[in-house]
Ligand binder design. Structure first.
Ligand SMILES: NC(=O)C1=CN([C@@H]2O[C@H](COP(=O)(O)OP(=O)(O)OC[C@H]3O[C@@H](n4cnc5c(N)ncnc54)[C@H](O)[C@@H]3O)[C@@H](O)[C@H]2O)C=CC1
Ligand SMILES: Cc1cc2nc3c(=O)[nH]c(=O)nc-3n(C[C@H](O)[C@H](O)[C@H](O)COP(=O)(O)O)c2cc1C
Length: 177
């Protein structure tokens, strides 16, 4: 995969950092977010993980970002394939979110739902609210995570599906109508 990689320097270690980390997480737990299963497939194989750190960047060209922890088991697979699909979850997808967010073996994660593919070959989840099929165009390292900038090649939307958000460490349904 040909991508531009930018590295930022992490702050120097400090005794106060664990407290800041906990406070940050406590604050972020109150910043509600959509829940997504981000998938990939290609020469490095198939993988997927639950992600709330997904955000719109630009509509021209259509670009979104995904933050992926470099310690995640799926990290190398995503890095090598260079393509991914952001599958935004619906109200009834709480169980699959837990599966892809835990230490579950990859085959078991994918066996729990139906999938198809569009342009890139990354798995598209049956019943997702919206699926963004993407090619990764740029990677920026920041702290523990890589920020993957993704060019959106194709979009599938189901306007009738209710949404799912993660807020205060719990799942909440959102009405589509
Ligand atoms: N952006 C990420 O990497 C996220 C990771 N998680 C992971 O899922 C597990 C359960 O999380 P929660 O139940 O929400 O409780 P938590 O207390 O671990 O996290 C609270 C909130 O902090 C943020 N957060 C957590 N870990 C983070 C990380 N390593 N880097 C950047 N932001 C992070 C997220 O917004 C999360 O919803 C944890 O292992 C957590 O690390 C959860 C949400 C986002
Ligand atoms: C609601 C939720 C949101 C998450 N969001 C992210 C995220 O945006 N980025 C990330 O790297 N990990 C995120 N995670 C954690 C990964 O899903 C998790 O590390 C991974 O699936 C399991 O780790 P493993 O693949 O290393 O076994 C989230 C977990 C949950 C439960």
């Amino acid at each position: 995969m040909q991508v531009e990689t930018v590295t930022t320097t992490p702050p120097a270690p400090s005794a106060s950092i664990p407290d800041v980390r906990l406070l940050f997480r406590e604050g972020m737990a109150r910043l509600g977010a959509a829940v997504n299963i981000v998938t990939t497939d290609g020469p490095a194989g198939r993988a997927g993980f639950t992600a709330s750190a997904v955000c719109s960047v630009s509509d021209t060209p259509p670009t979104l970002l995904v933050c992926l922890n470099r310690q995640a088991s799926v990290y190398d697979t995503f890095k090598r394939n260079g393509v991914l699909c952001v599958n935004t979850l619906a109200r009834d997808h709480e169980a699959i979110s837990r599966l892809f967010g835990g230490k579950t073996p990859m085959a078991e994660r994918f066996a729990s739902a139906g999938w198809s593919t569009r342009e890139t070959g990354a798995p598209v989840l049956d019943g997702s609210v919206v699926a963004f099929d993407c090619r990764v165009t740029k990677v920026v390292e920041s702290g523990t995570h890589d920020v993957l900038f993704c060019n959106v090649l194709s979009i599938e939307i189901d306007h009738a599906r209710d949404g799912l958000v993660y807020f205060a460490r719990r799942y909440h349904g959102l009405s589509a109508g």
